[in-house]
Design a protein around this ligand. Structure first.
Ligand code: DOR
Length: 451
């Protein structure tokens, strides 16, 4: 057999032969043919039309970012799919799931199909889109969920950027009870409490330090308790995005059966008040970055296996918008490109190991979203890989960043561990920081019947 490409001699994090959802690390070669993994083992150089020598490089399954806001259509001045997906592949990400709070919001078949059609032309990596839930489309959701390129339904229980909101109990119950196929993903903040406490955002001296006071831990917990009760009442699974509090993690410890969880690198890396002193409103996001007690609780939860997925919540706004006086500033920061470097730095500092990281960024999303032939290094799977050098020390620089918003709070930070190659369908699209080829992303495929 002659392979299109051989990945030679890397430290490969492949699926365990007996349990595909577990990982083993071995020095191996991978033979790729027609965009798929054809052989894993010991291969001869002469069997490859091309060979990539990967001594001292870790070969991970193509990692994914299951929560990004790429702002297209409607806010292309902040970000678009072309720039966002380029940022993704430069940061070692091979698929993104995009959120529905665009203009118009992704609430109709047409809006979803438009995004898929556009992404097929411009996306550097694979993609899927969330449908936004609201009272106007509640009867359409089960159809939207089944469309190609739809990864699930997003519910904003508290308002964030945009007007999407599901607050009424009956509506929320209706949406959760009709869960599936695809994930029902929840932005969990209690809208009534947010409205009641809004004056606290302007408490004197007015500053972004008020953000976690206004959107406090109880705001998150109340909403999480409420939606979990609904999931349990109807025995339907839900996925809670960007968990940020100790209280929610303690509560969820006993409510795991139907609930999967997601945490951002920002909540694991930054803490208040220091982050607001250093970066001000640049690190304002919803739910907010909180103090160390919460950050430590998130790490404890992660180490106990209570976190299923890490995703960036890449939410770019322009610097001009972010530099307005608080509370007139939009919430959110970019993150798709820095997700992996930040997390590799945590691996370097032994807060988690590389196998756990690979589970959080590829195996678990593949399993939770029931992806077809994606997210694992296994024969017959898509030849998507993220190559990393765990020892490389690099500084995150503005010249490296590809997001249209043009900034990151992590600019200037030196990390240990760096993505050195991104391969999609057997084609290197980024190698040592250089972008190769052209956009060739495809919709992620889902298999509702699989486990
Ligand atoms: O901080 C945030 N920004 N949180 C969200 O939930 C939305 C996001 C955005 O779209 O800007």
């Amino acid at each position: 057999m002659i392979y299109d490409l051989i990945l030679k001699g890397g430290r490969v994090l492949l699926s365990h032969p007996k349990n595909p959802w577990d990982i083993v690390e071995e020095t191996l070669d991978i033979g790729i043919k027609d965009g798929f993994i054809s052989e894993i083992g010991s291969l001869n150089q002469s069997q490859g039309k091309a060979v990539l020598s990967l001594n001292n490089i870790h070969v991970l399954p193509g990692l994914m970012d299951t929560q990004v806001h790429f702002r297209e259509p409607g806010m292309e001045y902040k970000e678009d799919i072309a720039h966002g997906s380029l940022a993704a592949v430069k940061g070692g990400i091979t698929a993104f799931f995009e959120m529905p709070n665009t203009i118009p919001p992704t609430m109709t078949r047409q809006a979803l199909e438009n995004k898929v059609q556009l992404a097929r032309k411009v996306s550097w990596c694979d993609f899927a889109f969330y449908a936004g839930a609201g009272k106007d489309n509640k009867l359409e959701l089960s159809k939207l969920r089944k469309l190609p390129g739809c990864c699930g339904v997003k519910v904003f229980m508290g308002k964030s950027t945009g007007d999407l909101l599901v607050k009424e109990q009956a509506l929320l119950e209706q949406i959760v009870s009709q869960s599936g196929p695809g994930v029902t993903a929840i932005h969990s903040e209690d809208e009534d409490r947010l409205n009641e406490r809004k004056p606290l955002a302007s408490k004197k001296p007015v500053s972004v330090h008020n953000h976690p006071l206004w959107r406090d831990a109880r705001t998150a917990l109340l909403s999480t308790e409420r939606v979990v009760a609904i999931a349990e009442k109807y025995q339907k699974p839900i996925h809670i995005l960007h968990l940020s509090t100790k209280e929610e993690m303690e509560f969820l410890e006993n409510h795991r059966a139907l609930v999967s969880t997601e945490v951002t690198p920002q909540h694991l890396t930054l803490s208040a008040p220091e982050c607001y002193e250093a970066w001000g409103t640049l690190v304002q996001m919803n739910p907010p970055i909180r103090d160390k007690t919460h950050q430590e609780a998130l790490w404890r939860a992660l180490q106990k296996g209570l976190v299923d997925i890490i995703a960036s919540d890449h939410a770019p706004h322009t610097l001009e918008e972010k530099q307005k006086p608080y509370p007139g500033t939009p919430s959110g920061m970019p993150g798709v490109q820095t997700l992996l470097p930040l997390m590799l730095n945590h691996v370097h500092h032994r807060r988690l190991d590389i196998k756990t990281l690979v589970k959080l960024l590829s195996l678990n999303p593949a399993r939770r979203f029931k992806m077809k032939k994606q997210g694992l290094i296994k024969k017959g799977y898509k030849a998507h890989f993220t190559l990393v050098d765990l020892k490389a020390r690099k500084t995150i620089s503005s010249s490296w960043l590809a997001s249209k918003c043009g900034w990151s709070p992590f600019e200037g930070q030196t990390v240990t561990g760096w993505p050195v190659g991104t391969i999609l369908y057997g084609q290197p699209v980024v190698r040592e920081g250089e972008v190769l080829g052209k956009p060739a992303g495809q919709p992620v495929e889902f298999d509702p019947s699989s486990d």
